[in-house]
Write a protein that binds this ligand. Structure first.
Ligand code: AMP
Ligand code: MG
Length: 346
């Protein structure tokens, strides 16, 4: 399959934009199109069509029991995706949409079974990106859109990441430059007045607490945080080609870990803040920005993780960050990318 590529960087008058119209036409014909959102690039198709959704799963190589998030461009569209929603969910929509918050709601009959992996619920969000909103508008129905990467790889935050993973596997890519947040949406479930975070992401727990009284971590997330990490999970996620280890310790410990791997003859890459980069030596150094700006690190992390795939790096060692604010999501993704392998200073 030839993959069309459209560059869309003029965000004015997107409704009349030729590329958006063409891309929407393919989507209406049941094809799959990648497009930028404010979190990461999404791989969009008609959320109401099992056949179209099947193409997403096969392009990504995604296990079919992993549900997709459904994207809408305006509130009137919500009833096409969800059957009901309560006041607490509505407060969240008012506060955070458009934005990186996915709300799990009872599914409408219109949403295809493949989209939700046969669950009775559907995750819905309204992305805060002019291209995403214009594309959904032009399609005229909700789009299911997981991240536009091959399953298991870091999510794409630039058009070229999508191209590299999916060229020849999808109908088209709208390249709108770098994405803003750099990590995926926060996924929440709402039961009565309680909001449970199923996946940390672009909206932090503290931001949710500004709007609703009861916000909790899902038990599975808490267990992931507390239980001593055991490598090996159901699926790999966000992973670069070389094995990744997180290093929890001071500068000297970090350098010791680098030296040890090098003494075994391995090419060592490190993924570190500017502050730490200045104090370490390794074969490949990737700086993710100042450790005073975790939000900037989040924007860069997938790009820098992917960049090791173009090198001969045999092992990647990454710094860890405080598990607060956007750091909640950043650490969640780094731990998954590392398959929970953490080297801790005694
Ligand atoms: P991705 O599309 O790769 O960002 O992943 C979407 C994630 O959203 C899934 O892996 C689930 O964790 C979550 N999700 C989507 N739909 C539901 C749902 N109906 N119930 C619970 N979690 C969901
Ligand atoms: Mg994904």
């Amino acid at each position: 399959m030839i993959t069309h590529k459209w560059n869309v960087d003029n965000v004015d008058n997107l409704a009349g934009n030729q590329a958006i119209q063409e891309a929407a036409m393919w989507i209406r014909e049941g094809e799959v199109i990648a497009f930028p959102t404010e979190t990461v690039y999404g791989l969009g198709a008609d959320a109401c069509s099992n056949d179209a959704i099947e193409k997403i799963f096969s392009a990504k190589g995604r296990p079919s029991d992993n549900p997709l998030i459904v994207h809408i461009s305006r509130l009137e569209q919500l009833k096409q995706a969800a059957s009901t929603w309560e006041r607490t969910a509505e407060s969240l929509m008012n506060a955070f949409w458009p934005g990186p918050l996915t709300i799990v709601l009872p599914k409408s009959d219109a949403i295809a079974e493949r989209t939700t992996a046969r669950l009775a619920t559907v995750g819905v969000r309204m992305p805060d990106h002019p291209i995403a909103l214009a594309l959904i508008d032009a399609a005229g129905f909700p789009l299911a859109a997981p991240s536009a990467n091959r399953s298991g790889k870091p999510s794409p935050t630039r058009g070229e990441h999508v191209y590299r993973d999916l060229n020849g596997r999808i109908k088209g890519i709208i390249d709108g430059g770098k994405t803003g947040v750099g990590l995926e949406s926060t996924v929440v479930e709402v039961i009565g007045e309680t909001v449970t975070i199923l996946r940390p992401g672009g909206i932090t727990k503290a931001q949710l607490e500004n709007v609703v009284d009861h916000v909790e971590w899902d038990r599975a997330l808490l267990e992931e945080k507390q239980v001593p990490k055991s490598p090996g999970m159901k699926y790999t996620h966000y992973a670069p080609d070389a094995p990744l280890y997180l290093v929890d310790g001071e500068r000297d410990f970090f350098q010791g870990v680098i030296n040890q791997h090098q003494s075994e003859g391995k090419k060592v890459g490190i993924l570190v803040s500017d502050e730490l980069a200045d104090q370490l030596t390794a074969d490949e150094v990737r700086r993710v920005g100042s450790n005073q700006r975790i939000d900037w690190i989040a924007q860069q992390i997938y790009h820098q993780l992917r960049s090791f795939d173009d090198t001969t790096t045999e092992v990647i060692l990454a710094e860890i960050y405080p598990d607060e604010g956007i750091g909640e999501a950043l650490m969640n993704r780094l731990l998954k990318a590392a398959g929970n392998k953490v080297l801790t200073q005694e």
